[in-house]
Design a protein around this ligand. Structure first.
Ligand code: N7H
Length: 495
């Protein structure tokens, strides 16, 4: 049980823009996010199509949580917060999504126009850099490789027992019409770590501004809702079948985080570089653990800035083209380079904005034990149940992972090469994203050509070029699924 609710990183408008977005029809996790302290992902196979349809129609569709409902709950929580009311309400939520194989069972004639969704997560994973051996994904769990996943139920809530009961109820409704292939249970971390992922950083800060559902926090760029929901807004995407309208594509990735190993790496590398491990950690992520961005506060953490949504996203790297504040390779600069493509230009429309994703993940697994911390070795599995929504997987999630995170020649082929002021005009090879990058390993016996640049801060006028030449992977993908999250109308017509 937790004392306070995690709030959405959106400044929601009280009045819903019903003329522009059919908030009754769009599932609630896509734009705003289901309220969640606990989240159970139930991956299932459809065994008996007729009874599956029957249950969906008669018992489940009416329970699917819509954008309108999560919006109302957010307003209610904001009101409670204002009054200092910490009552924990169950806030049960349910969303449902289908893989391409599931969709084909339900509607053989319908094809979503997205090559990656159609190929499926297993086929796409090697191109993301997921480790393989003998042509097979070597770190994925067998259930995710089984080819049996037709869909997923996302069940959320504030109280663990209620959330588990709700998931079981829905599962019982379906009975023998489905087989559960795999269940994942995520939870917000306890106590003061609530809202922080397992390496310790505050998460859920920077989301695209959802025009027209929310007002913008300073620094938040408005992104057309058509980047996340089919058939709305102005985003130009490949033509989709009518059934896709008000739906979205969900990328799910089960990512293990090797926390004690990461901490040990940061400590030993900091010693070698002669820098405080806290600063080195911040340089890898681009934010301090509090959430304060290095671009605004490059030499020390600032808890006030980190916790204040009016301040913690109000930057664009435009005054930091020599990466003195924040390395180009830092996780948040890799995955949202803001003005790095066009320094000084307010119009990032063609280069960065269309790549944005709506992240709705949750941590999983226990806290690090003393024994694990002392031995610098993980013996339990923990990490992030990463989930994000978009309307074009190849141009959004996969682009971020492959073209930016994995690519040490970031920023991207054809972009203006970045230079450091020391030695004068030195070209920067940025390196892979130290958190999620999966660069192609160098041929055996050759030095790693993809070091991370400037983990050592040179603020404000230092001139110590530095590199992290070995960068083991502390985030390991162990499964995933690409799913279509249909509208309520489509859910009814899929029947
Ligand atoms: Fe990342 N981390 O703890 O280091 N991420 N992420 N991420 N991430 C962000 O701004 C983390 C992953 C993005 O707009 C923060 O909300 C970890 C994947 C994007 O400034 C932190 C894992 C992908 C942003 C982390 C992980 C992304 C972002 C800062 C895996 C997509 C927004 C908090 C275990 C391919 C960037 C915040 C912006 C922020 C971490 C995964 C993308 C702390 C540990 C797979 C777009």
């Amino acid at each position: 049980m937790f004392a306070t609710y995690k709030t959405t990183p959106h400044q929601l408008l009280a009045k819903l823009p019903v003329s522009q977005l059919d908030v009754d029809d769009i599932q609630g996790d896509i734009l705003i996010g289901l309220q969640k302290f606990f989240e159970i992902f139930v991956f299932f196979q459809i065994n008996d199509l007729a009874s599956f349809r029957d249950v969906l129609r008669n018992k489940v569709v009416s329970q699917v949580t819509t954008t309108k409902q999560v919006h109302a709950r957010e307003l209610e929580l904001a009101e409670m917060k204002k009054k200092g009311d910490n009552t924990v309400k169950p806030m049960l939520g349910l969303n449902i999504a289908f893989t391409n194989t599931g969709l084909k069972k339900l509607q053989p004639a319908v094809q979503i126009n997205d090559a990656s969704f159609n190929a499926g997560a297993v086929s796409q994973a090697p191109s993301l850099g997921d480790p393989t051996s003998g042509g097979k994904l070597s770190t994925w769990l067998p259930e995710y490789l089984s080819g049996k996943i037709d869909g997923v139920l996302l069940v959320t809530g504030s109280i663990q027992a209620d959330t588990e009961k709700h998931a079981q109820e829905i599962q019982d409704f379906f009975g023998a019409s489905i087989t559960v292939i795999r269940k994942e249970e995520g939870n917000v971390r306890p106590g003061s770590e609530a809202g922080h992922e397992h390496f310790g950083w505050k998460d859920g800060i920077s989301q695209p501004g959802i025009s027209p559902l929310a007002a913008l926090f300073p620094g938040q760029r408005p992104i057309d809702s058509g980047a996340f929901v089919f058939g709305v807004g102005t985003t130009v995407i490949p033509p989709q079948p009518p059934l896709a309208k008000n739906g979205s594509l969900l990328v799910f990735r089960r990512l293990i985080q090797k926390v004690p190993e990461f901490n040990q790496f940061v400590n030993t590398q900091a010693l070698t570089l002669g820098v405080d491990p806290v600063i080195l950690g911040a340089r890898l992520v681009g934010r301090w653990k509090s959430g304060a961005p290095l671009d605004l506060t490059p030499i020390q953490d600032d808890l006030e800035t980190g916790g204040n949504p009016d301040e913690n996203n109000d930057f664009d790297f435009s005054t930091d083209q020599g990466e003195r504040h924040c390395p180009f390779g830092a996780h948040i600069r890799k995955t949202n380079p803001r003005s790095d493509f066009d320094p000084g230009s307010p119009d990032l429309q063609p280069k960065v904005d269309p790549r944005r994703i709506m992240r709705q993940g949750i941590p999983f697994g226990p806290e690090v034990t003393d024994a694990e911390q002392q031995s610098n070795r993980s013996t339990e599995e923990r990490g992030l149940l990463f989930a994000c929504y978009q309307t074009q997987i190849p141009n959004q999630f996969e682009f971020l992972q492959i073209k930016w995170a994995d690519n040490s020649n970031f920023i991207s082929p054809g972009a203006v090469p970045k230079t450091r002021p020391f030695p004068p005009n030195a070209t920067i090879t940025v390196g892979a994203d130290p958190i999620i990058g999966q660069p192609t390993p160098p041929p055996q016996g050759t030095p790693n050509p993809q070091p991370m640049e400037d983990p050592f801060p040179n603020y404000p006028t230092g001139s110590t070029p530095s590199q992290l030449s070995t960068l083991p992977q502390f985030v390991v993908p162990t499964g995933g699924a690409y799913c279509f999250s249909p509208s309520i109308t489509a859910l009814k017509s899929l029947l």
